[in-house]
Design a protein around this ligand. Structure first.
Ligand code: FAD
Length: 542
């Protein structure tokens, strides 16, 4: 059974209803994905169900950084800085295509969050505690040196700057690769399968009822240990298991806007003061720069998160404060994305002050729920909750205890000795195929070593179309792509970072998908309409 082959979905669904799983996970964001991989590599039989597409929740809407824990330094949580820094090194080793070193420029300004002295001391501590490599350690800069890196910065308020080490990633690809790695090792993951209610035996949860949202069919799924990893929806799922405990989630909304690179032509990522103690990132990606994020309380619909004019104005005002020559306006925005932080509520704290630590809730019914945390700490979160699940399996069902194995598990596409060599090899293949070399970075960082499998399927007159067609075939065969938005948003990132390319690619991609997924004309039109709607939504601000 290849559970990530979309054409084999019916077979997978029929098979999983016959099985009893050791671990059954609700939620296919990075948290659920990490648990699936952890459980599978311990030799446990594990199943993950996701109500929408994998990574369609917060795990495709983050700032896409694998942090070294600088914000925890401000809170003097040195243990957490050390833990996050070590974790970052593990992720870099296991997924070098997806976890990429990035020098972050921190401009120091009059009245800013960081003084020169505090930055020097703080970043030195950060380098030590976050195990920063020798070549990537912090560098303090004079005002002139800072301006020579970014001439558009506000000279009137600039005191100097610092360069420090961060890593960037692609959150939805990271989630997908974790899931793919788990499934190649025997785990099972099913998107478009929504939890509806718990099933019990002697008051203990022993499975779930779910619905296949593609067909509407109801499913009964058995799992000895059920884990709720539904991110912002964790409380909604907990409510199905009786009353919530004393601790609840606190939702805050975070928005990013994306502009063409020439509208904010920065040379590296920058982390700067936006006023009132808030900081903003501006990060170059392909032909764009993305800007974020906001952090505001959220009590609206978790399934439809809108970007408001207020969010946009806040980000643009922050940019203009730091880049006074910028004429950036709402009309320049080519896309935007908004996500919900599933934080643990702390009475009396403002959104920016609430801890980003994770927490596990255990109930009498033996349901485990995990929330909070960061993309960066997903492997450790997964270890923590799977350790608890393992303990129960050992004590109540006499399983043999097996420790976490994921520290050395290389993610799909990450079997690369040297990213430089991969890019040279890709350049050679691209020139043989006649595909423009500006796709090198995209292919290398989207697929890693898997890029060659896609290129092997790449043929046709128009090279942009040929590449997209090869990608969609791969996404259907190996990444459980079920809809056109799955492809343009989470498999390739085109909706957010290259929306102008979609018009040309939409029809040829839809035609291939229609053949492979047996769509009739009506379904194909519906899919095309939903991409068109998404293209409107990303530039519609209320
Ligand atoms: P989600 O990704 O939301 O996954 C939960 C999944 O559960 C969803 O896909 C949902 O569809 C599914 N689900 C819900 N109900 C059901 C059901 N009934 N049945 C089946 N499935 C269900 N972290 C970093 O480390 N670095 C960053 O740069 C960073 N930036 C951020 C910026 C913003 C604006 C935000 C909001 C967060 C950021 N984070 C960052 C935090 C990080 O993105 C989150 O901690 C992480 O993505 C949460 O993942 P998750 O799997 O817990 O939740």
């Amino acid at each position: 059974m290849n559970c990530l082959s979309a054409p084999e979905r019916a077979e997978t669904i029929s098979q999983i209803q016959k099985e009893e799983y050791d671990i059954l996970i609700i939620g296919g964001g990075i948290t659920g994905a990490g648990i699936l991989l952890d459980a599978t590599t311990r030799g446990l039989k594990a199943l993950l169900v996701e109500k929408n597409d994998f990574a369609s929740g917060t795990s495709s809407k983050s700032t896409k950084l694998i942090h070294g824990g600088l914000r925890y330094l401000k809170q003097l949580d040195l243990a957490l800085v050390r833990e996050v820094g070590r974790e970052r090194a593990v992720l870099y080793r296991n997924a070098p295509h997806l976890v990429v070193p990035e020098r972050m420029l921190l401009p120091l300004i009059i009245g800013g969050s960081f003084s020169k002295l505090m930055s020097r001391i703080g970043l030195t501590i950060y380098d030590i505690f976050a195990s920063v490599k020798p070549g990537e350690k912090k560098k303090m800069l004079s005002k002139q040196e800072t301006l020579s890196l970014e001439s558009g910065l506000n000279e009137d308020i600039l005191l100097g700057g610092a360069l420090y080490s961060e890593y960037r990633t692609d959150d939805s690809r990271l989630t997908l690769e974790v899931i793919k790695t788990a499934c190649n090792l025997g785990g099972v993951a099913l998107n478009y399968t929504a939890f509806t209610e718990f099933n019990y035996e002697k008051e203990h949860v022993n499975g779930i009822s779910a619905v296949d949202t593609m067909s509407g069919n109801r499913l009964q799924l058995k799992g000895r240990q059920v884990i709720n990893a539904a991110g912002p929806w964790v409380d909604e799922i907990r409510e199905n298991d009786g009353a919530l405990g004393a601790k609840k989630l606190h939702h805050t909304k975070g928005v990013h806007i994306v502009v063409p690179k020439n509208k904010l032509p920065i040379h590296q990522s920058i982390y700067f003061d936006a006023g009132e103690g808030r900081m903003i990132f501006t990060i170059p990606r392909g032909g764009t720069t993305y800007i974020g994020t906001t952090d505001t309380n959220y009590s609206g619909d978790l399934n439809t998160i809108r970007v408001s004019k207020e969010d946009v104005n806040y980000l643009i005002a922050g940019v203009k404060k730091m880049f006074p020559g910028s004429d950036l306006s709402e009309g320049d925005i080519i896309s935007s994305f908004a996500g919900i932080r599933p934080l643990i509520h702390q009475e009396g704290k403002a959104p920016g002050e609430i801890s980003r630590r994770d927490e596990i809730f255990v109930t009498e019914s033996r349901l485990l729920s995990i929330a909070g945390g960061k993309l960066t700490g997903y492997r450790k979160m997964a270890k923590k909750v799977t350790d608890m699940a393992m303990e129960r399996l050992v004590n109540e069902f006499s399983y043999k205890r097996i420790a976490c194995q994921t520290r050395f598990v290389v993610l799909e596409g990450g079997d690369i000795d040297d990213m430089g060599v991969l890019k040279v090899d890709l350049a050679q293949s691209l020139s043989q195929l006649g595909v423009s070399e500006d796709r090198i970075a995209y292919l290398a960082h989207t697929y890693g070593s898997q890029a060659f499998k896609i290129l092997a399927d790449c043929s046709g007159e128009d090279k942009d179309i040929a590449l997209a067609v090869a990608e969609v075939k791969y996404a259907i065969r190996c990444e459980s792509m079920q809809t056109l938005p799955d492809f343009f948003i989470r498999r390739t990132g085109r909706l957010f970072f290259d929306p102008l390319s979609i018009e040309k690619l939409m029809k040829p991609v839809a035609e291939v998908a229609a053949v492979q997924l047996k769509w009739n004309e009506e379904r194909m039109d519906k899919e095309i309409q939903s991409v068109k709607q998404a293209l409107e939504d990303i530039v519609h601000f209320e």
